[in-house]
Design a protein around this ligand. Structure first.
Ligand code: PHE
Length: 449
């Protein structure tokens, strides 16, 4: 028997799951994806996806995990057994575990970028850096495999050492101050952007919906990002839910988590775009966007070096709490099903991810031109495969299972909603979410074939 951790309080669960949700997805990925995918059209679909698909599936996933208190693969197996369904459902959990591992292979490389910016912020500062210099600095980082390797390795070592200690003891304390601190520093940044940046253009760019820019691909990418950002569709939330005590209200906590996550991402977006427009930069700069714009802001604001260092430190923390949740499903599976303990499991899985991460970091320089999948490079392939295919597919299967195959009184008991609330969840989980996911997949398939 392995000892399973449990959250000490409802607050710890909220913080840990918010810590999983808030990460590079909000700070690095959302801002550049808004720019690459046409601004407000993307934002609109993203917000709709969060409300109509993301939130109900977040509840579903917590509910599935808490019901049987196991890692995702064993959880799906027990849930299937409990409702007399095929044990093949366990592969939904298995696919989720694989998705998390694949995401961490590139997530850690980007986490490494953030670490390298901490070091620049502390030791060199960004004083009066120009747009060209900021961009040259970023390009120089990408061009140096050894520097990328150094920071990617440090990111992996830190992540896996926290994981090896066990999530519920290692994480609770860190999260308590981390998320509030991140919001606080973001407000400072936002205040600065408002005073010097072009907030009006940023606002128009993000919120004046231009429906003509909505393409099937935008829809899929925006929906995929809703999954990515909320950490759903792969078992992270399921495994965190499995450490959750029975008394806690799943619906209320899910609303808090989704709201904090979305708010933070949109605020970062506004802060960045106000700076982009006032400096006449291109909104569609891609993955380097925040690394090219923020140093300029920190280079000019009062106490910029201090705030810049603090900002990148907090982003690194946020990234590591997400990274931890990406591997926790697999670690929990290994510990609960094999003879390996947490330390050995963390070491082995960490080495594997670290090695694949090296391939990813080389795709930003020496292997820049290598394409492996429909003309996509290594980083793009991993990113697209996980965010736009595996996460929505995982979410779809969980929704079908929870809505149609699990016994109703079980989901009802677990969700603990009144009749109206339960019906609302059913409607979202059983109909809206699966139909939306299918529609977006089919729409894309039709237009690309
Ligand atoms: N939600 C995290 C982020 O936004 C990434 C993540 C995805 C974490 C899926 C766990 C599972 O950075």
């Amino acid at each position: 028997m392995t000892h399973r951790g449990a959250w000490n309080s409802r607050w710890s669960f909220i913080l840990a799951t918010t810590g999983s949700a808030i990460g590079l997805g909000n700070i690095w990925k959302l801002p550049y994806m808004i720019g690459v995918n046409g601004g407000s059209a993307f934002v609109l679909i993203y917000i709709l996806s969060i409300i109509l698909v993301g939130l109900p599936l977040l509840m579903t996933e917590v509910m599935l995990g808490r019901r049987v208190q196991k890692n995702p693969m064993n959880a799906m197996q027990s849930l299937a057994k409990e409702s007399n369904r095929s044990s093949a459902w366990k592969y939904v959990g298995g696919m989720g575990m694989l998705t998390g591992v694949l995401i961490l292979c590139f997530y850690s490389v980007i986490g490494g970028w953030v670490l390298s910016y901490i070091s620049t912020a502390i030791f060199e500062g960004f004083s009066n850096i120009t747009a060209e210099e900021a961009s040259a600095h970023f390009n120089a980082l990408l061009a140096s495999p050894l520097t990328l390797l150094l920071w990617h390795s440090i990111f992996m070592i830190v992540t896996m050492s926290v994981v090896s200690r066990g999530v519920s003891s290692g994480l609770e304390k860190a999260n308590n101050f981390l998320i509030p601190a991140l919001f606080a520093i973001l407000l400072i940044l936002l205040g600065y952007s408002m005073s010097v940046g072009d907030m009006q253009s940023a606002f128009d760019f993000m919120f004046t919906a231009d429906f003509s820019k909505i393409t099937p691909l935008t829809a899929l990418v925006a929906m995929g990002h809703a999954f990515f950002s909320l950490s759903i569709g792969m078992g992270s939330v399921m495994v965190y839910g499995s450490y959750l005590k029975r008394e806690v209200s799943i619906s209320r906590t899910s609303v808090y988590i989704a709201a904090a996550d979305t708010l933070l991402g949109l605020l970062v977006g506004l802060a960045i775009y106000a700076l982009v427009f006032v400096n006449h930069l291109e909104p569609d700069a891609g993955p380097g966007l925040i690394f090219q714009t923020l140093p300029m802001a920190f280079g000019q604001m009062p106490l910029g070096n201090l705030f810049g260092s603090l900002f990148f430190i907090l982003v690194a923390f946020a990234a590591s709490t997400s990274a931890i949740s990406l591997v926790e499903p697999t670690i929990a599976w290994i510990v609960e099903n094999t003879n390996f303990n947490r330390n050995k499991a963390s070491l082995g899985l960490g080495l594997l991810i670290w090695s694949v991460g090296i391939v990813v970091l080389l795709s930003f320089n020496i292997w820049q031109d290598v394409t492996i999948f429909f003309g996509f490079g290594i980083f793009d392939t991993l990113d697209k495969l996980t965010s736009t295919i595996m996460l929505p597919l995982g979410g779809f299967l969980m929704a079908i299972f929870a809505g149609y195959l699990m016994k109703k009184h079980h989901s009802k008991e677990e969700l603990d909603l009144d009749n109206r609330g339960y019906r609302l969840w059913q409607y979202a989980n059983n109909i809206i979410a699966p139909v939306a996911i299918c529609a977006v997949f089919l729409y894309l398939f039709n237009t690309t074939s």
